[in-house]
Design a protein around this ligand. Structure first.
Ligand SMILES: [Zn+2]
Length: 368
């Protein structure tokens, strides 16, 4: 995958507003490490992914620098995942400057979202714990802290949907990975929003599985998915739409919105029942085929993949959330009812594997 392509989408999605009410806690930073979000696990073709979010006290104010987190089986103490300094950069803290429209203010905690990848046919630790390594810059030594024990929700299954796209060369970026959508947390007093937590950005690649466009990258039509039809992923009523926003040109990001409200570009929000909503964003202006109040069936065409809003290349941003607000509600994991794994980006084809109730890894090329 072109690093650039990934980066563009990453930039396109790095929206966050961070601010937090003052906390009354008197705990030291090290005592305050806990798991605050523990989501339903979901399977990819390779892993059962356990999504959760850690919250830390402001350890840097106590002269501590976090070096590494080891995620462990709390019974056997075997290592499940090591999170090194590269990934720790994505921790949301006072120092984070990833905001475009809102500035962090007085954040009293740090947050790190993790997708623990357990091998799909491997052991399932009953409880998961963490071992954190800090360098204590005041006393010039290394200290360790263990905690943030939690029980994965193995008994629960994620929502099953039909794919909102068709075709033989799909990539679903930033879903099954610790990556840009998954890190986003919006803060508002005591409540947090994680709407895009399990969002993917769909792109389409060539048969060689090396690129998502051919020709001039500054032109939307160069991208294989541009103008492809988007389909309803589930049955349900059209809740909200926006049309009329002009598009960026290819990877130029030259028509960006001026406020957070414009980030999704042209979009449709669909009420899919039980308080859950599907969100389809960055459509081509004028391409929406549905209106508010329409009752639509899964598989019905709703619009065309475009490059409107905060977008670094044509792509479909899709997510499901518990609540109609795409940012401020709780993002939910989901899986595709049926799909076929046909290759790996930059590596080429694999013997096709039919998958049921699976959300592929982000570098897997998927056919429907
Ligand atoms: Zn996105």
């Amino acid at each position: 995958m072109h690093t650039k392509v990934l980066l563009n989408i990453m930039l396109a999605s790095l929206i966050s507003c961070i601010g937090c009410r003052k906390s009354e806690t008197q705990k030291t930073a090290l005592e305050a490490i806990e798991v605050i979000l523990n989501d339903t696990p979901f399977p990819s073709e390779t892993y059962l992914r356990i999504p959760y979010t850690l919250r830390f006290g402001e350890f840097e104010k106590e002269g501590l620098k976090l070096k590494q987190i080891t995620v462990m089986d709390s019974q056997t103490r075997s290592e499940l995942l090591k999170i090194g300094e590269d990934e720790l950069e994505f921790m949301i803290s006072d120092n984070t400057s990833l905001t475009l429209f809102l500035v962090p203010e007085n954040l009293k905690h740090y947050y790190l979202s993790v997708q623990l990848p357990l091998p799909i046919d491997g052991a399932r630790p009953r409880k998961v714990m963490h071992r954190l390594e800090f360098s204590d810059t005041v006393n010039n030594k290394t200290i360790f802290q263990e905690g943030a024990v939690f029980t994965p929700r193995y008994g629960e299954t994620p929502m099953v949907i039909n794919s909102p796209v068709k075709g033989n060369r799909n990539l679903f970026l930033s879903h099954s990975t610790m990556n840009y959508h998954f890190y986003l947390i919006f803060f508002n007093g005591d409540s947090i929003g994680t709407g895009p937590r399990f969002a993917f950005d769909q792109v389409e690649v060539n048969d060689a599985m090396t690129s998502s466009y051919e020709g001039d990258p500054c032109v939307n039509e160069s991208y294989f998915n541009y103008g492809d039809t988007i389909y309803a992923a589930a049955d349900g009523k059209v809740f909200e739409v926006r049309d009329g926003m002009i598009e960026n040109n290819g990877n130029q990001m030259d028509q960006l919105p001026v406020s957070m409200a414009g980030v999704p570009g042209n979009y449709m929000i669909q009420d899919i029942g039980n308080g859950n909503y599907a969100f389809y964003a960055h459509l081509i202006p004028g391409s929406l085929k549905v209106s508010v109040g329409d009752i639509i069936k899964s598989g019905e065409a709703i619009g065309l993949i475009g490059n409107s809003g905060y977008s670094g290349m044509p792509h479909l941003h899709f997510n499901i959330s518990e609540g109609s607000d795409s940012f401020w509600s709780k993002g939910l994991p989901f899986v595709f009812r049926n799909c076929t794994w046909v290759g790996i980006m930059d590596q080429g084809s694999v013997t096709p594997v039919n998958l049921k109730n699976t959300m592929p890894e982000q570098m897997s090329v998927i056919a429907f």
